[in-house]
Design a protein around this ligand. Sequence first.
Ligand code: AMP
Ligand code: ZN
Length: 484
Amino acid sequence: MKLYNTLTRKLDDFKPIKPNFVGIYSCGPTVYWNQHIGNMYAYVQWDSLVRTFRYLGFKVKWVMNITDVGHLTSDEDSGEDKMEKGAKREGLSVWKIADKYIQQFKESLSALNITPPDVMCRATEHIQEQIDLIKKIELNGFTYHTQTGLVFDTSKFSAYAEFSHLNLDQQYAGARVEVDSEKKKPWDFLLWVTNQPNHIMQWDSPWGKGFPGWHIECTAMSTKYLGEQFDIHTGGKEHIPVHHTNEIAQAYGAFGRQTANYWLHNEWLMFDGQKISKSLGNNVLVGDLINKGYNPLTLRYLVLNSHYRTGLNFSWKSLEGAQTALNRLYDIVSELKQRLDLNGENKNLSEPEEEKKWQQKFVEALENDFNMPQALALAWELIKSNLSDQEKYALLLDWDQVFGLNLAQNAKLKIQNFEYQAEKSKVLIISRSKLTQDLLKLIDERELARQAKNFSKADQIRQDLESQGFKLKDQEGKILINKK
Ligand code: AMP
Ligand code: ZN
């Protein structure tokens, strides 16, 4: 398995610390506002990484943090407090704002079929761990005090600029007016912030009442759940020069070494040539797609067509194209299944070597820095190949463990059978002879809309069906359809 490692700036062979086990930490969302499709782009990509390792036989522990402490709107120690900004905007407490947007994030994860992380940890629930870590850093002599709090002294870590490959003087030349003029270097950063009486979230600490600086939570929680040394740390590429550079410095201060062996960074999802971002206000939410009638997995399909290091320019037109392609894929899988049901299995199987070759090519795509576009293109090639229906069907469902497009469930929904098993074991009971293809299509669409929680679309279809004389009833896990 090769992964592009920001530490070395090259594709490195992946060597796990423990055999067959991978520990992955992903920088999670800041929950002061909705997570938009740009954020979700990152998590679909990291989900693909997790799915890839699991497919290849590794046990994975995936840890993701939730930043719910009020940090400042800039990466450096200046700007407005994000959580308080959210609270003011909506007239809610900072705690309510966090709960509200954690819920919105979880709904987006689930709509996009992103594997739930094994640990999702909130910064506010790990204040003690952050304090303990800062104490270690202080004890090791990496800190100094200013009026604003306890600061990490980057001059004590000579490799500070190495990770980002940036010239710090250049990066910080002309930087905004410092909130903390006592800092020795503009890039020294706060570990614990004090003397902010107006700040709502405050905790007692050895350095006075205050709150943690925003980088410490990731070092505290990644090492708590994965150990001082773990395999992979992920995040958006904007984290390279500040957040991850500071994480590496903190870990050096606390443990004398940095934490993760591989640091992976995703490119951005853009919209009209600009990064989609909460602060730019050009964001689109997964809920917006659902309201427009898209299956949210269409976004997943679109994202999988871009490599995580290439990024993607989002447009409604490209989403439309993805919808057509994904529906085509569902239709193909459904047709394969129908033909298998009709004709029986074990017909016209190819040489076992032939199927193995396809499997090998798929693994090659995964081992190539988990190249999802390459893996998806292979699926389309497979469909056109002369493998048997049975082999194609088996391989597509097998590969879908990585794609996460729910091929089997969606194909089942489309099978025009007397009785069939839909997702959540719904059984459609109907006298098939009474139904035309068009009606079956509508029933499928309604079920998909219901699964996507697009209830207004589902209701609309129900009304359409009623106007054609068919009454739908969801009863005891079954869909009953009666001709009126
Ligand atoms: P935030 O909530 O702003 O802390 O962002 C959470 C995660 O989403 C970070 O790891 C970001 O790198 C990532 N992210 C934010 N915007 C985008 C975007 N437009 N494209 C890709 N990733 C993004
Ligand atoms: Zn982080």
